[in-house]
Write a protein that binds this ligand. Structure first.
Ligand code: ZN
Length: 496
């Protein structure tokens, strides 16, 4: 009788967890794409001083959103223009999301320093002030193809398209704008404005639709043709051609993947001799733009004069912010504690939480490593992810059902769930996400672990449900075979 009561309590608690954890996951995902992070130090970037670029009368910046480096190298107009100036590999930092990267570009501060880490469809209101470059340049003018909320966040004196008065993240009359924007961009470039910024979006849109395929390449050529037209309108200005991030092969960005973080860029025009630089940081590009227009970066900026950046490149992953030492150590402790507790329950090889091992394996094998670039981690239901691990849940169910007839229920529960729960808790710890779990409006955005929270929390929820069903199944009278004699809890050491 007591056993039955324990089993009922276990079922109720597990069902509660299975219901609650997906909501925790959803609220964390929402926090990631919505809020800002606490401002902190940037990744340790190389230093170096030297002469900056001389100021010029007109600076023109074209940013092709979502243009992967490998594709950029195939574009004829961009390559021809870049060949006349300094070609750069640009580290955009982490996360690889348009608004945060463009805020970094126009302030000289990394995403970690500004705390602007995602803000999906959430413009900065008010826009950047004189801490940013555009607000320091009278007559600065920005034109975006669409998603105008990004350029409207940056502090340009003049910015198009205008916002929809009803919703600031939306553009005013987008259908009409799409037919006019190239003419407006041309006008901005041809004007006497000392700084003009053109934000081309179509390549990113294509990347999200199908990943890096023939259509993406075709759309990139369109963007390249637009660049050629713009450059021809003011060939004597100093030109910056940039991107804010690449895409993973299947489409998506946001994560720490090298080919998403590293993009192609170049600076061409007066005062720039042809050269091929290696990896510089986007804040070094900020410094070059600031020097071109006579603006000053925030004293906390790590942006270096171009001459210094060119001779002292970053190493491949230097732009990835390191994990805070405290949360890293704590996360490892949580995981090790989980393993230790788990081993208390595992008395038979088949009581190992194989379902969890297999679930992680099938997720990675079928969908790839989760990152902030993989759309699956953001989806509210997580269907793309859990379809891969549904079969593994059958193992959790069977191990629980069979296990609870052979050893104590407590042991079975610990064996099946301690490790998955510890893994989810470790990811939350490493991402610094506990304050967010408790309701603080902070974006827990760190490399690797923010993305892993999403599948691990959902796995813990589904594991709880499968184990609850396994416990429930022990109530079902057995129809096959004779009932086994009840076995006392094992006291001999685990065998096999
Ligand atoms: Zn995008």
């Amino acid at each position: 009788m007591r056993q039955r009561i324990t089993a009922v309590i276990a079922i109720v608690v597990l069902a509660g967890l299975a219901w609650w954890l997906p909501q925790v996951r959803r609220s964390l995902t929402r926090a990631v794409v919505t809020f800002d992070a606490k401002a902190m130090d940037p990744a340790p970037l190389p230093g170096g001083g030297g002469p900056g670029l001389a100021r010029v009368a007109r600076t023109r910046v074209v940013l092709i959103d979502g243009l992967a480096a490998a594709t950029a190298r195939t574009l004829p107009a961009m390559s021809a223009l870049c060949k006349t100036g300094a070609t750069l590999d640009v580290e955009v930092g982490f996360p690889t999301v348009s608004l945060p990267v463009e805020v970094a570009l126009w302030t000289g501060l990394t995403q970690q320093q500004t705390g602007v880490v995602y803000r999906s469809s959430r413009p900065l209101e008010p826009p950047l002030d004189r801490h940013g470059i555009p607000a320091q340049v009278p007559g600065s003018w920005a034109v975006a193809e669409n998603y105008g909320y990004i350029v409207r966040s940056l502090g340009f004196a003049r910015v198009e398209p205008a916002a929809d008065p009803a919703k600031s993240s939306k553009d005013l009359e987008p259908a009409a704008w799409i037919t006019q924007w190239q003419a407006r961009a041309l006008e901005a470039v041809k004007s006497a404005a000392p700084l003009a910024f053109i934000h081309i979006l179509r390549v990113d849109t294509a990347g999200h639709k199908h990943g890096i395929d023939a259509d993406y390449a075709r759309v990139a050529l369109e963007a390249d043709a637009i660049l050629a037209t713009l450059h021809a309108a003011d060939p004597t200005a100093r030109w910056f051609v940039l991107s804010d991030h690449g895409h993973i092969a299947t489409g998506g960005h946001g994560g720490e993947e090298r080919h998403v973080r590293h993009v192609q860029g170049c600076i061409a025009g007066p005062g720039i001799s042809p050269s091929r630089g290696s990896l510089v940081h986007i804040v070094d590009v900020s410094r070059a733009i600031a020097d071109s227009v006579g603006a000053t970066l925030d004293p906390a900026s790590r942006g270096r004069p171009l001459s210094a950046a060119l001779v002292n490149p970053l190493t491949e992953d230097q732009g990835v912010p390191p994990m805070a030492l405290g949360s890293g150590a704590l996360a490892i402790f949580v995981l090790v504690a989980g393993l230790a507790v788990s081993s208390l329950g595992v008395r038979r090889w088949w009581l190992v939480p194989w379902w969890f091992v297999i679930a992680c394996g099938t997720l990675i094998a079928i969908r790839g490593l989760p990152s902030l670039s993989t759309p699956m981690i953001y989806k509210p239901e997580g269907r793309d992810m859990y379809l891969t691990w549904l079969p593994a849940l059958v193992i959790a169910f069977l191990a629980t059902w069979i296990g609870s007839r052979r050893t104590t229920l407590g042991r079975v529960l610990i064996a099946q769930l301690a490790l998955p729960f510890a893994a989810a808790a470790a990811a939350i710890t490493a991402a610094g996400a506990w304050p967010t779990v408790l309701g603080e409006p902070v974006a827990p955005v760190v490399p690797y672990f923010t993305a892993w929270m999403s599948p691990l929390i959902l796995m813990a929820a589904h594991g709880s449900a499968a184990v609850a069903l396994g416990v429930l199944a022990t109530f079902v009278p057995r129809w096959f075979g004779r009932p086994e004699p009840a076995e006392p809890p094992r006291s001999e050491p685990a065998a096999g």
